[in-house]
Design a binder for this molecule. Structure first.
Ligand code: FAD
Length: 279
């Protein structure tokens, strides 16, 4: 199928993009990597009358350490994040998740900001930034604001972004020696969206763990924290953590709810091992 007709504007600056978004009376969409948007246009799942291409905006694709944080620009390509030494050192959970996002061709175009804005419930990055306590920098007609990742994902493909706003960057606390991360997912084939996935972080406290955070993806409309299991894992009780899982995943085309629940336990054991070994 071909998309419905739309007008196209190539924004040169952030101000240009935000002003046009604010002024346009109809349905305008930002075009970043196009890896999700173009498919929805072609399938006529959406039919905006204006696409605002943000790819030429300079300064939105950086990856930098800023004090105690790592800042990833909205236009940073997945592949640049995947191969960044800075990400490997200061955001190792993101480095671990990246190879699971689609295939190299998709990672060459897809952007960090696009993935967060799209908010696919089976996507890796939303769960990772929730677990890391990230913050999303947003610009709109009323200026700039920051939204905590915990409060950003509101529902199925639904975020706290207001209609005329765009993501400019994501900030994550920089990892240090005490940081422990874990990541695992089960997909039919490597690169497919996950049937179930789990992102985790914790801090080493001697031989124990503290501040354990677990976020599942593919089990609900948004990333799902597993609070009771976090508490059990902090006590070193892996089987207790598995027993405490109270997920309520829907059946979907990939697997039944029962299968997803079983897989969630399998992933928790794997991730617990990673957290405890500090791998
Ligand atoms: C075959 C295939 C397999 C894939 N597998 C996976 C996978 O396993 N895991 C995964 O996470 N993803 C997967 N993806 C999606 C991929 O990660 C996309 O890159 C991502 O979802 C969207 O990023 P994008 O830059 O391509 O955004 P686009 O497709 O350009 O935009 C997506 C949406 O986000 C909005 N948007 C984009 N940038 C911004 C911004 N800065 N501010 C506000 N709104 C914005 C757009 O308006 C649009 O509504 C897959 C895609 C394909 C085609």
């Amino acid at each position: 199928m071909k998309p419905a007709p739309f007008a196209y504007h190539k924004a040169r600056t952030l101000k240009d993009a935000v002003t046009l978004l604010a002024k346009h009376k109809g349905d305008a969409r930002l075009l970043a990597g196009g890896q999700s948007l173009i498919a929805t246009l072609n399938m006529r799942l959406s039919a905006p009358d204006l696409l605002i291409d943000i790819n030429a905006i300079k300064g939105l694709d950086g990856i930098a350490r800023k004090g105690k944080f790592v800042e990833i620009g909205a236009l940073a390509r997945h592949s640049d994040v995947e191969h960044s030494k800075l990400i490997a050192q200061y955001a190792p959970l993101i480095a671990r998740a990246m190879p699971h996002i689609g295939h190299p061709a998709i990672r060459n175009r897809g952007t960090f900001g696009g993935s967060i804005a799209f908010a696919d419930p089976a996507a890796e990055l939303p769960a990772c930034i929730v677990v890391l306590g990230g913050e999303i920098a947003v610009s709109g007609p009323k200026g700039k604001r920051k939204v905590k990742a915990d409060a950003f994902f509101k529902g199925l493909f639904e975020t706290a972004l207001r209609p005329r706003e765009m993501i400019t960057a994501v900030r994550l606390p920089a990892a240090d020696k005490a940081t422990r991360v874990g990541f695992a997912e089960l997909a039919r084939r490597h690169g497919d969206y996950a049937i179930v996935g789990l992102a985790a972080s914790a801090r080493a406290d001697g031989k124990a763990l503290k501040d354990v955070r677990l976020a599942y993806f593919g089990v609900g409309d948004t990333p799902v924290r597993a609070g009771k299991s976090e508490a059990a894992l902090a006590k070193g009780d892996v089987e207790g953590a598995v027993a405490a899982l109270d997920l309520d995943p829907p059946d979907d085309v990939q697997a039944s709810a029962a299968v997803k629940k079983h897989l969630a336990g399998v992933l928790l054991r794997r991730v617990a091992e990673q957290l405890m070994e500090g791998r």
